[in-house]
Design a protein around this ligand. Structure first.
Ligand code: 2RA
Length: 329
């Protein structure tokens, strides 16, 4: 049936993308409310050719609206501040932020993999980090059939992962050789530095990929390492994945496994220069997988390359697919 929906953080890049995708997918929405910070309150935005006034996200503005679901595009600190309160008013929140992902009571959901977990939790459902989502979607057919011992991730992440600030810094770098968001100029450069560094020399982004992969597959035995790199492209993340399976595999069979997996486009015909690229995936919903080849340096080794639109499947679309699963139940 119809339901009342809220977007928390409606004016940021992910919040705007949530609105775009909701326009595309025509969910049975009764009423929709757009919440943002105080300085965005009062602005008008258009949705399904109707004008809506953005409201400041506050308990006062939430409590009497009978909202059923909220898609949260807030940064983590604000998500921590507002989401527990929102669930007090019976709102089920699907959260794109990293605030609650590793909380044992909170399910971490990729609809292609573990949708059934979303019925757990206390009203908050976490959506994984963008680079994690496109990696586990690509790995799922392998995990299901051959088991996985070890994963090595290397990412090539677009500046849109940092929102509007990242996009502006790329242009600043191109036009003026300057930077004031990233620690160094990103234009004509790569930064092996996404999110904060930890004492062990890893970044939080790398730890997110490691911890979230284990939680989504519900498999703490997985051996995983990651290197997350910011690259000077506007949109779509790419991830080079080296994986060691438990069981032996036949490469032709692996190609077929990818061919039949929902949410994946097998894009691999290197004799014709066909392989996943950000210019192909931007604007698309699926995770594109290619460069599939055996890694002969280890037993049961496989290399693959996963590319996806980090603001769609990596963020807004994944939260909306979780919502679609919940309303169908
Ligand atoms: C990034 N994955 O790309 C992080 C957050 N979206 O910056």
């Amino acid at each position: 049936g119809k339901f009342n929906l809220a977007i928390f953080g409606a004016t940021g890049l992910v919040g705007q993308k949530m609105r775009t995708i909701l326009e595309e997918r025509n969910l049975p929405i009764e009423n929709i409310y757009f919440f943002a910070s105080k300085n965005s309150a009062g602005k008008i935005i258009n949705f399904q050719s109707k004008n809506y006034t953005i409201e400041e996200l506050s308990e006062e503005n939430l409590k009497d609206k009978n909202i059923d679901y909220a898609l949260c595009a807030l940064e983590s600190p604000l998500a921590k501040e507002f989401l527990p309160m929102a669930t007090k008013y019976g709102i089920t929140v699907i959260d794109n932020s990293s605030a609650f992902r590793m909380n044992d009571e909170i399910p971490l959901i990729v609809p292609e993999i573990n949708p059934q977990e979303s019925s757990k939790g206390n009203g908050i459902i976490a959506s994984p980090n963008c680079s994690t989502i496109q990696s586990v979607v690509a790995l799922y057919p392998i995990y299901k059939k051959y088991g996985i011992k070890r994963i090595v991730y290397t990412t090539y992440q677009a500046v849109s992962g940092s929102g509007i600030n990242g996009i502006e810094d790329l242009y600043r770098g191109i036009w003026a050789g300057e930077n004031n968001f990233y620690p160094h100029q990103i234009a004509y450069n790569v930064l092996p530095h996404i999110d904060d560094f930890l004492d062990d020399g890893y970044t939080k982004e790398e730890v997110k990929m490691i911890d979230e992969t284990k939680k989504i597959f519900n498999d703490e035995s997985l051996k995983i390492t990651a290197t997350a790199v910011r690259v000077p492209i506007l949109n779509s993340h790419a991830v080079s994945i080296n994986v060691e399976t438990k069981k032996p595999f036949d490469l032709e069979e692996v190609f077929n496994d990818f061919r039949n997996e929902p949410g994946i486009v097998l894009y691999d015909d290197v004799k014709n220069n066909i392989y996943p690229m950000p210019t192909i995936t931007t604007g698309e919903d699926e995770v594109y997988v290619g460069r599939i080849r055996r890694d002969n340096s280890v037993e049961n080794g496989l290399n693959l390359f996963s590319v996806a639109d980090n603001t769609r499947k990596g963020a807004a679309l994944n939260t909306i697919q979780i919502l679609e699963y919940l309303i169908k139940k």
